[in-house]
Write a protein of this length. Sequence first.
Lengths: 550, 138
Amino acid sequence: MATHSNDPNAKERSQPSEGIPAPEGPANLIDTDYVIGQDNLTTTALGVNVDLHGKVFAVSAIVVMFFVIVTLALQDQVAPLFDATFSFLTGNLAWFFLLSANIFVVLSLVLIFTPLGKVRIGGRDATPDFSYAGWFAMLFAAGMGIGLMYFGVSEPMSHYQSAMGGIATENGVRTDWAPLGAAEGDQGAAISLGMAATIFHWGLHPWAIYAVVALALAIFSYNKGLPLTMRSIFYPILGERVWGWPGHVIDILAVFATLFGLATSLGLGAQQATSGLNDLFNIPDTHTTMVLLIIAITIVAMGSIVLGVDKGVKRLSQLNMGLAFLLLAFVIIVGPTLLIATGIFQNLASYLINLPALSMPFAREDANFSQGWTAFYWAWWISWSPFVGMFIARVSRGRTVREFLIAVLLVPSFVSVIWMTSFGGAGIDQLLAGTFEGEADALFVMLAGLPLVEITSFIAIVLVVVFFITSSDSGSLVIDTITAGGKVDAPKPQRVFWAIIEGAIAIALLIGGGLAALQAAVISTGLPFTLVLLVGCYAIIKGLMSEPRG
Amino acid sequence: MYNKIMVPVDLAHLDPLAKALEVAADLARHYRAEVCYAGVTATAPSPLAHTPQEYQQKLDAFSKQQAAEHGQPVSARVVISHDPAADLDAVLVKAIEESGVDLVVMGTHLPRHLGILMPSHGGKVATHTDASILLVRP
């Protein structure tokens, strides 16, 4: 850190700090008259400082209230509407989701090998804000932590079973849910195909979706000097108009997707964690338990928010990575070790071989699988991308683009391969041995088939809960930054406010019903955000081309 | 008595700091001490600066302006934080320790209703550092 003492030229440079001088290090700032926070409302009410983007905050708050009230009051009417919207999107626009996701993967992979990969996020001389361990733990916890807990066992088993079942047709239309051409009666091929399909949904594509959003935001914020909000990646297209209503709408949509995405998963997650607690401790599986669980998660998340990124979410993410690693090691060592060890390479190979066919957007014969599973997943990942992408962008300053893409794309994809192989492999192994019973809480059933079930199930529940705490924490951070017009230093009570709102919406929808309906609505935001991401691809290339490399 | 006096400054809100700045300058003259102006900034673009380098330039300009007005030797120290809303006290304490400051002059607000939930920075910094702290009310 440079310290400058007094020098004789003081008089010359002692101009009051008006206007922004060009930065010293090599960077290529975008020249705009917009001042971050210029549209913000700053006031002190009841001793609490607030600093908000008036329009984004107000409209987001009203839209949120409106949706919650409508969903609660008119549940029977809106649920079919949300569901129909969602089925229409995945049914008719599956090709669009699949094609876009392929574009994101190709762009991310190509960038690793081009000279553009040398550009450093935050300018040529920037140094990383976080160590590799802390950074990677946060990437992974934010990206998919919770999903791996739920789908790690159930998804490989589901694909395996449908592949085993073979192709079924009715009036010339396929009615089975098997991926690609299925593998009727061929056990080895069915396992291999089921694993390939699962890894496909948790591998390169979801991480490329996150990487595109995160990289676009990071470049336009840390290198170009624009505020850290979604609208900034539209600057190359909309120019100064992003500071007006077109930009407000993008930001409001991002707040909406993040808030409802978090609230619905918090509600659905509380249901699943409660069923785990019920299995383990006989705690009654009632609404009261779930509400108490959501309140507890929210309170811990608030504590973590008050502690900030370094002491809060980073430490919790690292704790979770440690626990997840222990659980993984346990399943590998105590479960079918040899099967898992050889499976990792077989499944990786199977994934790569089946990748072109699985990601083909047109002329799919397995409509149920490609629309019901793949398009659903892509819409889901994309609707989460503003939240995860913004959080990843926030913690990735100081990394080169190449380093960033390897860490956000390749490493997590490989971890997914290991995770899915271990948990899914152990589950399928038990299924073949005829010892597996149950479907919904597949993870707990699988763990029950291994020794020390009390300890491992408890760790699994803790993992689920802590993953929710980190999501609630990082989500509040992201929503607060967006509603504060890109200011990362807005007063802390605002973040606490958003955490409470997330918990409150989750509880209201849990008791009043409508969680699943609202989730369909959230995933429907995947469509507009796919367009945002495609713009992001253009913005990344445009932004990186104008940066100094090396 | 004192050799180096630190004044934490928020370049976005200088008005409430006017008194603290003057007190620091007077004390510096009295003890022939150097005044170190410390500013905390995030790595992400803020209303004041697009990059930490730009913030450093602004803080330098500010401290030189103070030197011209009051005549004491000055330095400027930019403290970078990932999360200024949460880390401010911690990074200030670290900066105080690293720069060998023996007196900190901080502007502070009057006690408020929610002071227990959200204590002022001055009080928190005082409990975590060996340097003397002078809290200046506006």
